[in-house]
Structure formats: C-alpha cells, structure tokens
Design a protein around this ligand. Structure first.
Ligand SMILES: NC(=O)c1ccc[n+]([C@@H]2O[C@H](COP(=O)([O-])OP(=O)(O)OC[C@H]3O[C@@H](n4cnc5c(N)ncnc54)[C@H](OP(=O)(O)O)[C@@H]3O)[C@@H](O)[C@H]2O)c1
Length: 494
C-alpha cells in the first residue's frame, strides 16, 4: 500500500482528526477496483446462468479516482458487501451493465463520467467522506457514513412524493458506475446515512441494502404495514433479505415463520430468534409447480398444514416474497383471507403463475416493492443505530476476493451477508460506540460468523477449478436480455 493511502487510513482511525484534516488530506489519483469490462460483455452469450462464472468476468484494475459533482461527495470506502444484483452484473444479465450506464449518462450531463469501458459494481458500502461537491450542505469531510443505494434525479417531481417512483431512479453500482467495490466512490449527498458507530466497517457495510428493502416491504406505509400479532411467512429466511425480515417481525411483535432449504440454514435462522422454521428442500418432488408450470395444490396444502402447526392453526397475514416463480403460487394460496403478499424480486424466475381464485375470492392483495426511499432508509438507519437490527455477516473477503464472494452467492452457498474489506486493513476496525456494542452483545452481533469447526464441515470457497456444471442449484435471470420490457425489468433485479 502506498504512503498516501497509509496516511489516509491513519487519519481515519484517529478519533481526533478534524474535518479540515480530511479536506486537506492527500488523495491518490488512481485506485484499486473490482470491475467488469465492456469488451467482455458478450463472453457468456449462450451460456445458462449456472455456467456463467464471476471469477472469469470480474477483474481487479487500477482506475482513476472519480471527481465528485456539485451534489456529490467522494467517500473513502472502508468496507462493502455483496448483493445479488452484483451477481447479475458479473453475469452480464439481464443485460450488460454498460447499457444502463449509457442510459444514465444520457439524461443528465453530470452523469457523463459513468460512461466508461469498465464498470465498478457494488451497492452497499461504509466509509468516510473525504471531499464534498460545491452544493453539499449537510455532510462534511471526515463524516463516517453508510451509502444507501438509491440514486434519484432530483428534477423528477415523483421524488418529492416517493423516491422509489422516480422514473429516472437508478440502483447505485448496478445501473450506475463507481459502485462499492473500490477504494473510493462518488455518491449523491442524499445517499448518505450515518454509520452505526457500534459496528465495525464491514459489519455496518453489510446491513443497508437488504435492511432498507425489508423495512419498506414490511413496516413502511408503502409496504405491508405489519401489525402486532401478524403471522409473517418469510421465504429464504437465511438469506440477506430474509434475515432482516425475521428481525423486523420479531421487533414488531409479529410471529415469523421462516422457510429455508436445509437444516444447516434452519439452525442459523433459529439463532436469530425465529421460533418457527420450515425446511422445504428444493429437490424435485418438493416444488409447487408441475413440469408444465401448473400449480400443485396437494403440495401447497401440505405447506399450509405445516404453517398452521407453527401458528396454532392460523394462516399468514403477510407473505414476504422475493423467490419468485417457484414459490409464488404457494405464497398466494397460503395467505389468510385479506392477507398480503409483498414482493421485491424473483430469484427463480419473474413469470409467476398462480391460481387466481386464491387471490380474488378471499380478497388478498399483492404489493410490489423496490428498495426504499431516503426517508425509509433513514428510519432503518435509526433502528440499526440503536442496536435494534443486527448485522448477519457470515464471511469477509478482501477486495481482491470479490469474485470469490460473488461466486459463493451465485452458487447459493452464502448465508446472511458476505462482507468485503476495501481500505480497512483488517476486520473489527471502525467501532466508536463500545458501550452500545457491549449492551447489544458480541454474541448477537456475530450471530452468523462461523466457527472454525463449521468452516471445516461446510467449506464455502470452492477451488477456482471446480466445474461450473457442478453448481448447487440453478437460478433463472429475472429478465431476458432480449425482452422488450428490459428497461423496466432490469430495475427489478436489485
Ligand atoms: N427489488 C429490490 O429492491 C431488491 C432488494 C434486495 C434483493 N432483491 C432480490 O431479492 C432476492 C433475494 O435477495 P437476497 O439478498 O436475500 O439474496 P440471498 O442472500 O441469496 O438470499 C436468497 C434466499 O432465497 C432462497 N431461495 C433462492 N432460490 C429459491 C427458490 N427457488 N425457492 C425458494 N427459496 C429460494 C435461498 O434460501 P434457501 O436456500 O434456504 O431456500 C436464499 O438464501 C434476489 O433476487 C434479489 O435480487 C430485490
């Protein structure tokens, strides 16, 4: 590491450092970043999702440090985290990210810098503001921040109603360049949230994309508005979104019923405090659709019976959906009369089928949800900052290991969240509020960190030479690159 970066990290780790120190700190002209390349955007053409290998498409490059625009800040990124949208970017699905960058650059001259022959993905990060644009008022150099992934166009009237409805809204590090997997990033001032100071850089970085999404889905007036006593069925309860859904339901006085695909994941979800966990294997014979795509009522009925066993005979008031085609028919059918199915994604395919009689007769509703607006993000940050929502970090990778982290998620082997150390030289740095950390408890904060014996039993990082055909399961891209609705669909893949 060169001396400029060493000095900056020392400044960051020194509690007495002032805003002036940061404003005057020397910065490098180039930075390390994980990238995909425009001239490789067709490298996987014709290959199914499971045979696309992020370790082939992700590179570690040196690229220029970007300048912040008037409304932007430059952040020294200490830690970041992997999300499923980054897997899509590394696969060039549903379309190569360079298409989104061109689109983003074209509607505002300030966005021109995003049009490059490289793209840096990543939508969750934590770090320190080191430069501010001329119009930035609320934030100053030295502020310790988390970055929220919604990039809005502040000229869109919709933003003033609900940022999620902004037709020019984009996902940072998915539909924009200069994402989280680099030593520095530029983001809008309205993407900044205060860093929760009882958490380390990598813990704090792992929380926000999924936590803000789950907050809007379950708690916000824009989502399912969960009430005390509600039974909430949570698909993929051991994944990033699912873990925060479990915590929010418990915090709000509801009863979570988690669904996972194996006993190892069930045990982890129980550790989060979820009293009811259903293991629903994904092998043939356990699905809810037959081979021609029709719903299998008998399988759905079986699931209903298992749910009722957990709830004392009640059906779910809310179903938390992101798994998509393979589960949606069951989600609609098992919700109670008047119940809500809230969905933000379609990991197993976006062309859902379900028996509509289960929707209209019992007057249920389906609620679409996407990310969160800035207000919802701030409400989530408040809960995290008070220790009411805990990180679910399971593994931490170096910046040079981003491709391995993406590969682990692509293979469906990840649990909770996978973190990345960007500028942070090691894990466990950046904690300032030791009192709150102690009150929350190390054991609870580290609930998903794996012990050495668990690593030995479930090795996650498979050797790079493993054949792509041996991947554990298949995910279906949520939008077909050739689809006429690409522009709309691609925004559903965060
Ligand atoms: N629109 C938005 O704002 C937004 C935001 C965040 C995420 N998302 C989307 O939501 C999805 C989940 O994100 P995540 O971060 O939670 O991913 P994740 O950490 O990989 O977790 C997803 C979980 O879903 C389960 N799953 C996967 N395929 C399944 C299937 N066919 N049937 C049943 N369960 C399945 C897996 O658990 P088991 O192995 O236990 O089944 C996995 O743990 C992704 O598609 C992502 O793109 C959307």
């Amino acid at each position: 590491m060169d001396s400029t970066l060493r000095d900056l990290i020392e400044l960051i780790e020194t509690p007495e450092s002032t805003a002036e120190d940061f404003a005057n700190a020397r910065l490098p002209e180039a930075m390390q970043a994980a990238t995909v390349h425009r001239d490789e955007e067709h490298m996987f053409d014709g290959l199914p999702f499971e045979e696309r290998d992020p370790r082939r498409s992700i590179h570690i490059d040196e690229v220029p440090v970007p300048d912040p625009g008037p409304n932007e800040v430059l952040v020294a990124v200490m830690g970041s985290a992997v999300n499923f949208n980054n897997v899509w970017t590394s696969m060039f699905l549903p379309a190569p990210a360079f298409q989104y960058l061109g689109d983003f650059a074209s509607f505002n001259p300030c966005n021109q810098k995003h049009r490059q022959d490289f793209m840096i993905p990543g939508s969750d990060a934590c770090g320190v503001v080191v430069r501010t644009g001329s119009a930035v008022q609320r934030w100053k150099p030295g502020d310790r921040v988390n970055i929220f992934g919604a990039v809005n166009d502040w000229a869109s009237p919709e933003v003033y109603h609900d940022g999620v409805k902004d037709p020019h809204g984009r996902a940072w590090g998915f539909e924009t360049n200069y994402g989280a997997f680099a030593q520095f990033t530029t983001v809008q001032q309205n993407q900044l949230l205060p860093k929760p100071e009882h958490l380390s850089w990598e813990e704090a970085a792992s929380v926000f994309l999924v936590a803000t999404t789950a907050y809007r889905m379950l708690v916000s007036d824009n989502g399912a508005r969960m009430r005390q006593g509600d039974n909430v069925l949570i698909w993929g309860a051991c994944g990033g979104l699912g873990c925060f859904a479990v915590q929010m339901v418990l915090n709000g006085g509801g009863t979570p019923i988690g669904i996972v695909s194996n006993e190892r994941k069930a045990e982890l979800v129980r550790r989060l405090g979820c009293p009811n966990v259903i293991v629903q294997p994904r092998e043939k014979g356990h699905g809810f659709l037959d081979e021609s795509g029709r719903t299998l009522s008998r399988q759905i009925l079986r699931l209903k019976v298992r749910i009722r066993k957990c709830t004392g005979g009640e059906d779910p008031d809310i179903v938390f959906e992101h798994t998509g085609r393979s589960t949606f028919a069951a989600s609609v059918a098992v919700a109670r009369p008047g119940g809500k199915i809230v969905t933000c994604g379609s990991t197993s395919g976006y062309d859902h089928v379900f028996d509509n009689r289960y929707l209209w007769q019992p007057v249920k509703s389906i609620i679409g949800s996407h990310g969160a607006n800035y207000y919802e993000a701030m409400q989530t940050a408040r809960l995290v900052g008070k220790g009411h929502l805990l990180p679910v970090l399971s593994e931490v990778y170096p910046l040079a290991g981003v491709a391995d982290a993406l590969n682990c998620m692509h293979d469906g082997e990840s649990v909770g969240k996978l973190g990345v150390l960007n500028l942070a030289p090691r894990e466990g740095l950046g904690i300032r509020n030791r009192e709150l950390r102690e009150a929350v408890g190390e054991a609870r904060i580290n609930v998903f960190r794996r012990s050495a014996s668990e690593h030995a039993q479930h090795p996650q990082k498979r050797p790079s030479s493993s054949a792509p055909g041996t991947r554990l399961r298949q995910r279906v891209p949520q939008a077909d690159a050739g689809s006429a609705s690409r522009a709309l669909q691609c925004r559903d893949v965060r």
